[in-house]
Design a protein around this ligand. Sequence first.
Ligand code: ACM
Ligand code: ZN
Length: 754
Amino acid sequence: MNHLNFKMRNVFLFILLFLSAAAAQNLKTKNNPAPLIPMPDSVEWLKGKFLLSDQTNFTCQPGKLQSYFVDRVNELIGINLKANTRSQARSRIIFNIDGSLIGRGKEFYSLSVSENKIEITALTEEGLFRGSQTLFQLISPSAKSKKDGSPVDITCCKIIDKPKFKWRGLNLDCARHFMSKDFIKRYIDIISYYKMNVLHLHLTDDQGWRIEIKKYPKLTQIGAWRKEADGSTYEGFYTQDDIKEIVAYAQSRFVTIVPEIEMPGHCLAALASYPENSCTGGPFEVINKWGVFDDVYCAGKDSTFIFLESILDEVIKLFPGKYIHIGGDEVPKDRWSKCPRCQARIKAEGLKDEEGLQSYFVKRISNYLNLKGKEVIGWDEILQGGLADGAIVESWQGMNGAALAAKQKHYTISSTYAYTYLSSDVENLDLRIAYSFEPVPKDIPNDQTKFVMGGEASLWTEETLQNEVDGKLFPRLLALSEVFWCAAGKKDYDEFHSRVQNSYEDLKALGIQYGQEAKAISFSTSYDELKKEFIVNVTPGQKEIDIRYTLDGSEPNLSSLSYIGPIEATDQTELKIYAFLNGSFTGKKIELSFEDNKAIKAKLSLANRYNDMYMACGENTLIDGIRGSNDFHDGLWQGFNGVDFEGVIDLGSEKAISEVSPRFLQDMKAWIFMPASVEIALSNDGVNYFRKKIIENNIPQNDSLVVLKDFQASFNNDKARYIKVIGRGIKKCPPWHTGAGQDAWLFIDEIEVK
Ligand code: ACM
Ligand code: ZN
């Protein structure tokens, strides 16, 4: 995703944050003995308890499910079940296959817990497996933490359940940052626990090729390595043996692994290894930056297709599942438009343009895979220029791709980034928004809803290392697991939210290092004119957040003052407020300094409106006496895009002015530049201005650091009621900048008046 797109997403997410609302009907789960997620279709809690112990007998058809269940019970709580002994055990677990359930679907199960018997009944082993996960969720977190094999109580109940969607996926980007084989296996267990059944592995991208291909060894000898900007090396790939192990592990847990081999774009790691498959011939490097890059596979050379088909031959052998994902997203057409071979292909095939060539590319690969018995999935860009026969569309840019696919009778998977990209900051995509996702596009005819296979969550890892994955995915993945499993009309956010609160102990017991549900802390400020004090109110985003603060500019830690009520601050205070979750710092640092601004209770009018993404606290944020830190995201800086800053402060009556000092921020890498100059003038009537001062900028535009500058104007205690401040922005990013010619930003916080 490029910078601009990233910003547009933020606007959209920001709006969503306010629009998202909890859905209709109530799932009554008061006094819930276990916070089941996703919530089953029907749950009836009964009196009494079943005692699970080493003496419990387990009856199940011998096979992979039997050994899985015995092993997993042991792994979770340390109990050794006796499988299929003939004893007249008083406590029994029975797994039944029942052919008469044929109309209920292969994932349907019923689970009945009585005082001496637990019975799971389903049409298939897959159904039994889903039911066994509900049983695991009925076991207390303390038993899972102890794992000492001591007997465990399970509350009696009757549960009947089946999923709404057949595709309940998680996409892990192990290309940008690699995830080890054992970590992937751990995630297979984690997602199955929440009844998700697809693990999509994004195995190749510009920044790394992560799967061994025997015919093309350079793909991993060269493509699995990159040199980072600091000179260090980043590497990692799965051998074919690793893949076999992962696939077998997933099979025994009824999870389908979907490999994604990206084409025709996002392929610099492959082109660095085999540059002959590009339009220009290279050379290329496995890139260490994030974004969308111009060099893609050459669609004009038959040898490119032979290369990719040979790779896919090996991929097909490794992944027995029905589906192969071929990416297809974000393909710049610059190289194709200049490449004689690509142009010759367009002509020879009678294609309309480069979009037609993209469609040709996807269709050619798709046909190849279909002949090998595989179904093809691509991101929604594969709609461009016409869909390949039978291709499944994974709709990420919105719901439109899903609606268009369904209309053309193509299957589709809903992965709208605004709701399902858990790589997004929790400030923009919180638990509530994730829960409000609905995989079926609104307003599609009823007879087309069957084409919506389900949904998928994604974790893109540009900003995430393996040890940070849990914190990104959880607890938000809980919301999506329920969205994918439960019928839309049954969702109730408040009820779900209370189950999530009761699930944290279980997550801890499972070793999941979950992160935030929502923005860690919000704050608001007011000013007490009599006491000349600022009052800062802080609200945690979730119950478990521990708020600590200091008043002297030192870094808060777990021994610092604990927030219990409004904080009083003066112009001497340097307030730092940090959030901690499970003993670790989380969220964004709040760092506030205060000043005795003469304009605090004044009125500020703006000639050009700030951008809604960076509105800070709205109208009076620039004269509230609180200064922003050097992080333009801190909620105190106001951003203006492509326009000047022009504001007039009305002090209400004439006051003696000795200094006016607006502060601007430059963060060139984020397209934010100092104004070229700042003009400050005073007035008594708001019409005629005097004592005009112009302060020129002296900060170089190409300074790579974040810089704050006060454009200070001194006055001689001149009496004035109105103060005008104009920051003349550079408007467009300079020619040498990555954003050359596009709108530049101007960021301002606090116009200090003395
Ligand atoms: C994507 O986010 N480019 C699929
Ligand atoms: Zn070409």
